[in-house]
Design a protein around this ligand. Structure first.
Ligand SMILES: [Zn+2]
Length: 233
């Protein structure tokens, strides 16, 4: 693993649901915003199908607010939603167009997303279909955004995306989050209704320290977040 380069100014972090970024990536976001970088969150859904016993029309505004608070804790003011239906996000042209339009408008240097593998690790549980759809569409939309002949109605092309980084269990790069993991933990704690709805004890502090500590072992620091780099150049 190499340290992830930090010679960039703007990132867009794209995931399917409120809470996805807070399960690890937010600690890295806190480091970046602390360096003065601009990070925008772009969520495909509002997570309205994510709390058992709470109907979607009540859950959507609740989780929208929790995501905005989570983002603020790690220095992110811009949180956008594509309002796809939670649980039913489709990989396809329509999603790629919306993502490409956002990239053209926001003009990021790097794009962050999360694993679109079929499973979490070799023997782990099946990765959510929304995560698979969004992650793959993000990689394709990075290229779409740079091509003036693809989605010409979605704004002038942007050729500035150098790399996409996918939060992955099989990383090529790491971000040292030793100094910012506390902010990452506080960010996850903002998902109060969601965490309460899990129906079992879950300790954000223990979970995130375990995960980042394990990645840190390979990175040579106390706590790290791992990403797999997909170059766009
Ligand atoms: Zn999710």
């Amino acid at each position: 693993m190499q340290p992830m380069p930090e010679d960039w100014e703007r990132a867009v972090a794209v995931v399917a649901h409120p809470d996805d970024l807070e399960y690890g990536v937010a600690s890295a976001v806190a480091r970046w915003t602390g360096q003065g970088k601009q990070v925008t969150y772009l969520l495909a859904t509002r997570g309205e199908a994510g709390i058992a016993g709470l109907p979607p029309e009540k859950t959507a505004p609740l989780r929208t607010e929790e995501e905005r608070r989570s983002a603020a804790v790690v220095g992110v003011r811009d949180v956008e939603f594509l309002d796809r239906p939670d649980g039913l996000v489709e990989y396809g042209i329509a999603l790629r167009r919306d993502l490409a339009a956002a990239f053209r408008r926001l003009n990021p240097d790097v794009v962050i997303t999360m694993s679109f593998d079929l499973t979490w690790g070799e023997d782990g549980p099946v990765n959510h279909s929304d995560h698979r759809a969004v992650g793959l569409a993000v990689l394709d939309a990075c290229r779409d955004a740079a091509n003036e002949w693809v989605f010409p109605e979605a704004g002038p092309p942007c050729a500035g995306i150098r790399d996409a980084y996918v939060a992955s269990g099989d990383p090529t790069h790491f971000v040292d989050v030793t100094a910012t993991i506390d902010a990452g933990i506080a960010s996850l704690r903002e998902h109060r209704a969601y965490l309460a709805g899990l129906g079992h004890d879950f300790d954000p502090d223990e979970f995130l320290r375990n995960m980042a500590g394990y990645t840190g072992l390979g990175a040579g620091c106390d706590y790290a977040v791992g990403f797999r780099r997909y170059p766009m150049g």
